[in-house]
Write a protein of this length. Structure first.
Length: 331
């Protein structure tokens, strides 16, 4: 019989109503009592590492989750993490980089409604997550939600209230759970090497979302506080070229300061391609930047945090960035 560790972190699934709205209050063992159907299917232990609304999640919490998995990795066949939905995609992406080559399943789930409510998606999501975690062929970091199994680097919350809250961006679902049966679409071969754990991330990352007419002087203010700048541009990607190329000058100054720049798109599907238009090629051809291509924003942010956890030379940083990890990028 499989042995699974349930790791609780708070979120809507553990929430109760208070005078100021929903707040995570239930303990991990209390949550499990709402899913009696799991009894006898596997051996389950529970641990509560914190109780957070996922809006308050930070890199230090991702590291704590990763370290909890590392501590108990040899004792269990799989892990189910209960998490709030609002930043679940960030956590799934971060864990994909903090825990690499895991032969065991690391499943993240939660709910749009509290588990103690009369109408809730929580019980089914927990049940489906354990079903996936117990399967012999499951491995690595995935989100299981509303019957969908999504690679940890490909998930995005695309609906704020509906039960089908998450979509897999630019990549198919790994599997689905229907009527308590697991249907696989993509076979994930188990890694050949040993599992690798990482313990640090660089949080000095800033996301600059371009708007028409934006002033390039914003770069000067950001440079004092951040090491990595992600520019979320329009369409397939580009930099405004008016006003005496002020953006080009700002990017050059940023890179000359020893800092990193990544380019991505505000469009959620199909990714960037800086070489199509001159507004993009002027950046790609001239500067040593990262291009996100079909990566999700959540994966892009957390991958750069992982890469720049310590100082990397440009060649190694590029090699790590374009190395595919948990299906995060297709070149």
């Amino acid at each position: 019989m499989k042995r699974i560790l349930l790791i609780a972190t708070g979120g809507t699934i553990a929430s109760k109503r208070t005078g100021s709205g929903l707040s995570p209050m239930l303990e991990s063992d209390e949550i499990l009592k709402y899913v009696p159907s799991l009894s006898g299917k596997c051996l389950i232990d529970t641990i509560q590492i914190f109780k957070l609304d996922s809006t308050n999640m930070e890199a230090k919490h991702w590291i704590m989750i990763g370290e909890t998995i590392e501590k108990y990795y040899e004792n269990y066949d799989g892990f189910v993490i209960l998490h709030g939905t609002d930043t679940m995609a960030y956590t799934a992406a971060a864990l994909s980089y903090l825990v690499q080559d895991a032969k065991k399943p690391i499943v993240i789930t939660g709910s749009q409604r509290p588990i103690e409510g009369e109408v809730t998606d929580a019980k089914l999501n927990v049940s489906d997550s354990f079903l996936y975690a117990m399967d012999e062929n499951s491995c690595g970091v995935n989100i299981v939600f509303d019957g969908h199994v999504i690679a940890g680097t490909r998930a995005k919350k695309t609906r704020s209230k509906s039960f089908n809250a998450f979509s897999s961006i630019n990549y198919p679902d790994i599997a689905e759970v229907r009527n308590n049966k697991l249907i696989r679409y993509i076979n994930q071969p188990k890694p050949l090497g040993p599992v690798r754990f990482y313990h640090t991330m660089n949080e000095k990352v800033f996301l600059l979302k371009l708007i028409p007419g934006q002033d390039a002087r914003i770069f000067k203010f950001l440079k004092a506080y951040y090491d990595i700048l992600i520019i979320e541009s329009f369409g397939v990607g580009g930099i405004p070229s008016s006003e005496a190329d002020s953006f080009i000058a700002a990017i050059n100054d940023w890179i000359q300061s020893g800092k990193a720049i990544a380019m991505t798109t505000q469009v959620s599907h199909e990714g960037s391609d800086l070489g199509i238009y001159s507004v993009g090629s002027q950046v790609k051809d001239k500067f040593n930047i990262f291009e996100a291509y079909d990566m999700t924003l959540e994966a892009l942010i957390t991958k750069l945090m992982w890469i720049y956890a310590d100082k990397k030379d440009d060649v190694l940083a590029k090699e790590l960035f374009y190395r595919q990890i948990n299906h995060d990028i297709i070149l």
